[in-house]
Write a protein that binds this ligand. Structure first.
Ligand code: NAD
Length: 503
């Protein structure tokens, strides 16, 4: 039996209980359907087949979940941080134990290739371990003595929080948001994306099996405009950690205004990879290809705009075309596959619509630009050349395996093009001129920049974007800044003069 056939058989065993029960919500430690009894379908982008029904939660389910999170908050907040740490490590152990199941289900639900999803599951475990280890120091503060007072600061968890996640690498991103919230002492209501609900349910099961007290983490599936909206408007939810599109971020800000929600947004990107002619061009080529065509290009940090210096552009683009045409599109559970199907028919239509846009814009489709087969959401990895930065294919987030190549002459022009975009998530700079690298990164409008490297995530570093790419930072202590409130307490050290009114 081939690896693929073997994996498909295993997948069925992993999906069996979802086929039977559907994806349920979890409120106050109980698995439950939506209060209304409504469901929606989740389908696989491999062949458009039904995976299972999913509970379609609405405002009533969100209310029940928010109450459960509120009730569970005092005990979780007051639990010794060393005990919280142990539980979070047990969750990480549980993820490792079910890593294959998570990866297989994620591949089938999202279309992501197994070669990346097996690592994404393990990265989820690392996220839990990293924040577990930080839990005991989460409340640490400073001593800021003044002449009359001993001023100290400490941090306290903000309360029950809402976490809203997208469908791209949904498992890993859920752990990335939820682990620091729990480590900080917050309780959680999680609303996963409707296109990819399966692994969020597995994660929830792992957490409660690891001994997480009931109600500390609640799961409500549903549509963005129903369950998601209700979560952002709920008065008992103190903050919303959101990952998704920029325009959804705007909606959430409006929805949360009435209850003065604290928000943390990780939003869209149209990130430049800038290749100067003095760079190590072989490494730049590998990195540029990896950063747009891995994870089906459905990646917020993807380098979707290639800015290449005109002196090397012909040679660079020729090599690029050759490599892009060699990328293996196939079944996500085939270990050899490099690109699987796009998440859903709706997204497939959006991405393939840009092939026509490129033609209308006057760009050249140098590679790809077609669908693959007649079933499912498969597309050829695509390269647009002859583009300029004013074109839609250069300005809009396509969020697929589609790269737009733009040529530049000087460093000044490269910087101008790189910054001429509403987004500012990441940038990738390739040059061997150190002074230029310093100057260029200083001017580049992005929250995260890598020089002579692809995106290599290091958990203690800040993760987030500027402009329309986000508000706030995750990673290291920055995550705790969001999920916790600073508190200042001043103790008089003597009998300083107190102004006496009416004496
Ligand atoms: P999306 O904004 O459509 O949906 C994200 C989540 O928001 C889903 O759970 C959805 O149900 C919910 N939602 C939708 N409308 C809502 C509303 N009115 N109120 C509350 N919740 C609502 O995004 P998507 O299409 O699922 O994900 C792709 C996007 O996510 C891309 O733009 C990508 O760049 C971005 N993203 C950003 C990062 C980052 O770190 N910056 C990481 C991953 C993805």
């Amino acid at each position: 039996m081939s690896d693929l056939q073997n994996n498909i058989e295993k997948l069925e065993t992993y999906l069996a209980h979802f086929r039977e029960t559907g994806v349920l919500n979890q409120i106050g430690g109980k698995a439950c359907p939506a209060a209304s009894g409504a469901t929606f379908e989740t389908t696989s982008p491999v062949d458009d087949s039904l995976i299972c029904q999913v509970a379609r939660g609405d405002a009533a389910d969100i209310d029940a979940a928010a109450r459960a999170a509120k009730d569970a908050f005092p005990a979780w907040r007051d639990m010794a941080a060393t005990d919280r740490k142990k539980i979070l490590h047990k969750i990480a152990d549980g993820i490792v134990a079910r890593a294959e199941e998570i990866a297989f289900c994620e591949c089938w639900d999202t279309g992501q290739a197994l070669r990346f999803m097996s690592k994404a599951a393990l990265r989820g475990a690392e996220n839990f371990r990293f924040f577990a280890d930080k839990a005991p120091s989460a409340r640490d503060g400073q001593a800021l003595p003044s002449p009359t007072l001993m001023n100290i600061t400490t941090r306290l968890p903000i309360g029950p929080v809402g976490v809203i996640t997208p469908w791209n690498t949904p498992f890993m991103l859920s752990t990335w948001k939820i682990a620091p919230a729990l480590a900080a002492g917050c309780t959680v209501v999680h609303k996963p994306a409707e296109f990819s609900p399966v692994t969020a349910r597995i994660l929830m099961e792992i957490a409660e099996e690891a001994g997480l007290p009931k109600g500390v983490w609640n799961l409500v599936n549903g549509l963005g405009e129903e369950a998601g909206k209700a979560l952002t408007e709920h008065p008992d939810i103190k903050a919303i950690a959101f990952v998704g599109e920029s325009r959804t971020g705007s909606m959430i800000m409006r929805q949360g205004a009435q209850t003065l929600k604290r928000v943390h947004f990780e939003l869209g990107g149209k990130n430049p990879v800038i290749v100067f002619d003095d760079a190590d061009l072989d490494r730049a080529l590998d990195a540029a290809i990896f950063m747009i065509y891995s994870l089906n290009g459905e990646r917020c940090t993807s380098s979707s705009r290639l800015l290449v210096q005109d002196t090397i552009a012909d040679e660079f683009e020729t090599k690029l075309v050759e490599r892009v045409n060699n990328i293996r599109v196939g079944h996500p559970l085939d270990p050899k596959t490099e690109i699987g199907p796009l998440i859903h028919k709706t997204h497939f239509d959006k991405v393939t619509g840009y092939f026509e846009t490129a033609r209308q814009d006057g760009a050249t489709i140098a590679a790809g630009g077609t669908r693959v087969g007649t079933e499912g959401c498969f597309v050829r990895p695509t390269l647009f050349t002859g583009a300029n930065n004013a074109m839609k294919i250069a300005q809009e987030e396509i969020f697929g395996p589609v790269l737009t190549s733009i040529r530049f002459g000087s460093e000044e022009e490269a910087l101008q093009i790189a910054n001429d975009i509403p987004y500012g998530l990441t940038g990738y700079v390739w040059t061997n001129d150190l002074t230029r690298a310093l100057r260029f990164t200083n001017g580049l409008e992005a929250g995260m920049i890598w020089v002579n490297s692809e995106n290599v995530r290091h958990l203690p570093t800040p993760f987030g974007g500027v402009k329309a790419s986000g508000i706030g930072r995750d990673g290291g202590d920055w995550s705790f800044e969001f999920y916790m409130e600073q508190k200042h307490i001043g103790f008089a050290t003597g009998q300083h003069a107190i102004p006496r009114l009416g004496a």
